[in-house]
Write a protein that binds this ligand. Structure first.
Ligand code: NIG
Ligand code: FE
Length: 404
């Protein structure tokens, strides 16, 4: 079926940004077309241009009038922990009153407290509550969403969470693309002697078990002091690669633990957080295809200094922004709000900001055939109810998106 999207006030094509592999981007790489039209079928974009020049050789089956609206590549949230039970509002208040994130975690709060809330939910409760969260994320124009497991922290519970994410993926396809990331290595439950014991008894055996069922898309680990060590991370990565999994990593969030460098060495899809990454890690990422993913919402939520995204961009990194939506360190699911606030802070120009939440965040999930509006790429779009692209981020926190 061939569709014509017609009378579009502006289309953010990001054509030149895509041709530059999402790196070293200038304002003019946005390539905005006004009074535009787009022709696509179910698999790919066929034509993009001014509506004056619509070619006559396509047999159009349906025409959609986008008068007074703008079209962008669909937004991609490449880092969420959207499957969980319970609530940690009290911890947020404790932090505002002076407590520290890691100290709260040590005292039994943090990820381990969400594991109680998660393990108390039935499969259907997990499914239904996550569906609701995904619909909310999609209401901001986000059409591809990564969901990490990692709040059950025991063999059966983690298996269930990965399976529920698999069910959610089927439920939403093809309207919303779900990417299923295995993060059983998120925290070490108190019943294990140390991280190595949990890794060897639960994380690696379950990963092998899930490999046979073909439901997970990538493997991730929280590489951080008090969570999983450099040796744990290398071991998990080596085992994951043997099974053919793509890799992701929570790197250098609270200290420089050489996570970014390790990600580049292992050719991971992305290294995420990067608050404390030093120049050698940044350079390693710049030379690699590993996407540097920053999560500004987490720095704000925790009151920590932000990642040095400007340095990453200047070094030639492929920069993505994601929400890190989770119950503890960033309970904000609005990627566009986060990116709009981050742009003047880092700072990023408009092309860098839009690429960070479209093509580069898609690349952080291994989707290299979307994220720009050019012929040959997947027809995955977001529509906003305004006639200027610039209005979308200018109106911080006001949702102008038509739900995906
Ligand atoms: O990405 N850093 C590890 N995981 C989450 C935090 C999860 C939590 O506090 O519940 C993150 O920030
Ligand atoms: Fe995270």
């Amino acid at each position: 079926m061939i569709t014509l999207l017609n009378n579009i006030s502006e289309v953010l094509t990001l054509e030149s940004a895509f041709k530059k592999d999402g790196r070293n981007l200038l304002p003019e790489d946005s390539c905005i077309i006004d009074n535009a039209a787009v022709i696509h079928n179910q698999e790919e974009i066929l034509w993009v241009g001014s509506k004056e020049n619509i070619p006559s050789n396509y047999k159009i089956d349906q025409e959609i009038d986008l008068m007074g609206k703008v079209l962008t590549p669909e937004l991609v949230d490449s880092h969420t922990h959207a499957i969980f039970g319970g609530n940690r509002a009290d911890e947020y208040t404790m932090r505002l009153n002076g407590a520290d994130y890691q100290a709260i975690a040590k005292a039994g709060g943090g990820i381990l407290s969400t594991s109680k809330g998660t393990n108390s939910l039935s499969e259907d409760e997990l499914f239904n509550s996550t569906v609701e969260k995904i619909e909310r994320i999609a209401s901001y124009g986000v059409g591809t969403i990564e969901i990490k497991s990692g709040y059950a922290l025991n063999y059966e519970g983690e298996k269930l969470c990965s399976k529920v994410i698999g069910r959610i993926k089927e439920h939403f396809a093809p309207r919303i693309q779900i990417f299923n990331t295995y993060l059983a290595a998120h925290a070490v439950p108190k019943s294990f002697k140390d991280s190595a014991e949990y890794l060897n008894q639960v994380v690696i055996p379950l990963m092998k078990d899930l490999a046979d069922e073909h439901i997970i898309d990538a493997v991730d680990i929280f590489h951080e002091e008090g969570y999983f060590s450099y040796e744990d991370t290398k071991l998990l990565f080596e085992e994951a690669l043997k099974l053919g999994f793509k890799l992701k990593i929570h790197a250098d969030e609270f200290g420089d633990n050489k996570g970014a460098k390790l990600a580049a060495e292992f050719n991971a899809l992305s290294a995420d957080h990067l608050l404390c990454t030093t120049q050698d890690g940044i350079e390693a990422l710049a030379k690699s295809s590993t996407v540097a993913t920053v999560l500004p919402g987490t720095g704000w939520f925790l009151g920590k200094p932000q990642a040095n995204a400007k340095k990453m961009i200047d070094a030639g990194c492929k920069l993505a922004i994601a929400s890190d939506y989770n119950p503890g360190s960033c309970h904000c699911d609005n990627l566009l709000l986060i990116a709009s606030m981050a742009a003047p802070m880092y700072p990023l120009n408009m092309t860098q900001m839009w690429s960070a939440i479209t093509m580069n965040s898609a690349a952080a999930l291994g989707f290299n055939n979307q994220g720009a509006i050019i012929p040959g790429l997947k027809p995955r779009f977001a529509v906003f109810k305004t006639n200027k692209i610039s209005e979308i981020t200018y109106n911080w926190g006001r949702n102008l998106a038509e739900p995906i």
